[in-house]
Design a protein around this ligand. Structure first.
Ligand SMILES: *[C@@H]1O[C@H](CO)[C@@H](O)[C@H](O)[C@H]1NC(C)=O
Ligand SMILES: *[C@@H]1O[C@H](CO)[C@@H](O)[C@H](O)[C@H]1NC(C)=O
Ligand SMILES: *[C@@H]1O[C@H](CO)[C@@H](O)[C@H](O)[C@H]1NC(C)=O
Ligand SMILES: *[C@@H]1O[C@H](CO)[C@@H](O)[C@H](O)[C@H]1NC(C)=O
Ligand SMILES: *[C@@H]1O[C@H](CO)[C@@H](O)[C@H](O)[C@H]1NC(C)=O
Ligand SMILES: *[C@@H]1O[C@H](CO)[C@@H](O)[C@H](O)[C@H]1NC(C)=O
Ligand SMILES: *[C@@H]1O[C@H](CO)[C@@H](O)[C@H](O)[C@H]1NC(C)=O
Ligand SMILES: *[C@@H]1O[C@H](CO)[C@@H](O)[C@H](O)[C@H]1NC(C)=O
Length: 379
């Protein structure tokens, strides 16, 4: 004989009698409901939407010994349950299940982790009719890359809301709890469907396709400088400025059969730029290269010759993006008669890197890669 935890007995006792299961705070097992995918819920109110929170770590999960410190805390120190417990208001909005994908600062997120998380979102959220959407908690430093990857690889119409925090959870006026509540609210809302992945922070709803971290320190950092916000949160209620719309140039890719993403390096352009960084990247095994070019994709003359050599003689695709905060790289600014230069259009170097990696993972050839970037470019 073995004894069932009280919460399981409670579940067995009430699952037919009541559509509402709440957590028994005296029980060491905090979960009252486990769905067919093995996802655990701390509450089940069947009239509410269901949202799965995929936790990767980062500042939103950070803790610090001092309520005044906004630096020096250990990112990823606080787990998913603590996250939910810190914001009980979430349970008025949605039933939430948690999946701990990793517990790292965002700088340690890898393409292996992105593939694994995207597959889990496709399986646990897209394929489950009872699930309204997904929330991804993430460190903010490379959040825009993860958000872009999920936008490209989860395309079932359900919202994937990526959220982080700029202040640690122990700071005065920490932004994590309210950001998390807003993120769950957006993920649970039917208004959020068919808008791709979104970043919800600081009361703004921004498209993951375009969003970038514009400030290294402040809370009002995630913006799409030219394209603007999709909507705003007022008293934890989403207001979308327009009906659902797909970003121009966006394409969707399935990663369900992809096991790895080839290496793509980013090289930054500057005065006196020599060409050896390019050859070093090739020698180190890069299968694709993105240039954070000066202005509309510009590089030095010597570097440009080397790029043509690498494109033509090594068969390595090179995407020219811009180191400028906004604007695009049009094809006309990079094209030549001697090699197939690829313009990033409105995709910044980080997003271009993600897209190029996905295309290489799908074994796309140079022309197909150039075509895929075409949609994001002018002329
Ligand atoms: C939890 O334990 C306390 C103290 O033993 C008791 O008063 C309370 O009724 C218990 N709560 C539940 C939900 O069983
Ligand atoms: C759900 O809870 C069970 C039992 O505690 C655990 O084995 C399982 O890993 C949990 N599932 C997830 C997705 O965390
Ligand atoms: C369950 O959710 C509904 C809203 O859909 C709410 O009115 C009700 O109070 C909730 N029940 C509990 C016990 O929280
Ligand atoms: C939430 O999940 C529960 C359990 O799977 C399900 O009974 C309920 O219908 C779901 N809620 C919605 C709004 O789909
Ligand atoms: C949930 O909503 C009810 C009814 O509006 C409110 O009384 C309660 O305080 C809310 N709970 C939380 C944790 O916000
Ligand atoms: C993945 O591979 C399986 C088996 O080869 C195939 O049936 C399926 O269509 C593939 N799925 C995608 C999305 O490519
Ligand atoms: C790369 O730079 C070196 C040193 O400036 C130069 O000798 C070489 O010709 C350049 N390569 C190309 C392809 O222009
Ligand atoms: C690239 O792929 C396309 C579509 O499969 C094909 O038509 C084209 O011939 C290929 N180009 C090269 C250079 O292999």
């Amino acid at each position: 004989m073995f004894s069932l935890p009280a919460s399981l007995l409670a579940l067995a006792a009430v699952s037919h009698a009541s559509p509402i299961l709440v957590r028994d705070t005296n029980d060491t097992n905090p979960f009252v409901f486990t769905n067919y995918n093995g996802l655990n819920f701390t509450q089940m109110n069947t009239t509410l939407s269901n949202v799965t929170i995929f936790a990767t770590g980062g500042t939103i999960a950070g803790s610090s010994g001092s309520a005044l410190a906004t630096t020096g805390y250990t990112a990823g120190a606080v787990g998913i349950l603590t996250l939910i417990d810190a914001v009980p208001e979430i349970l008025n909005v949605s039933n939430v299940a948690g999946v701990q994908v990793s517990n790292v600062g965002s700088e340690d997120v890898t393409s292996t982790l992105l593939l694994s998380m995207s597959k889990q979102i496709n399986t646990f959220v897209c394929e489950d009719l009872t699930m309204a959407g997904a929330v991804v908690t993430h460190g903010t430093d490379v959040l825009e890359e993860t958000a872009f990857f999920l936008d490209a690889t989860v395309n079932c119409g359900k919202p994937v809301v990526v959220v982080g925090a700029m202040r640690p959870s122990t700071a005065i006026s920490a932004d994590g709890p309210y950001n998390l509540l807003e993120a769950v609210t957006v993920a649970a809302s039917p208004l959020s469907r068919d808008r791709g992945s979104m970043v919800v922070m600081n009361d703004r709803i921004v498209s993951s396709y375009y969003v970038t971290k514009t400030n290294a320190n402040t809370m009002d950092t995630f913006k799409a400088p030219e394209m603007g916000n999709l909507g705003e949160m007022i008293s934890d209620t989403p207001y979308f400025f327009y009906p659902p719309v797909k970003p121009t140039g966006k394409r969707a890719y399935s990663i369900m059969n992809i096991t790895s993403i080839p290496r793509v390096d980013i090289l930054f352009a500057y005065e006196d730029m020599s060409n050896d960084t390019l050859y070093n990247a090739v020698a180190s095994g890069a299968k694709g290269i993105v240039i954070a070019g000066a202005g509309a994709g510009g590089v030095s003359t010597s570097f440009n010759y080397a790029m043509e050599d690498v494109i033509n003689n090594h068969g390595i695709p090179i995407v020219q993006s811009t180191r400028a905060m906004s604007g695009e790289v049009p094809i006309s600014d990079v094209s030549s008669d001697t090699a197939l230069h690829i313009a990033s259009g409105y995709l910044n170097p980080m997003k271009s890197r993600i897209l190029l990696g996905l295309l290489l993972a799908h074994n796309k050839n140079m022309t197909e890669i150039a075509d895929a970037f075409l949609g994001s470019t002018d002329d």
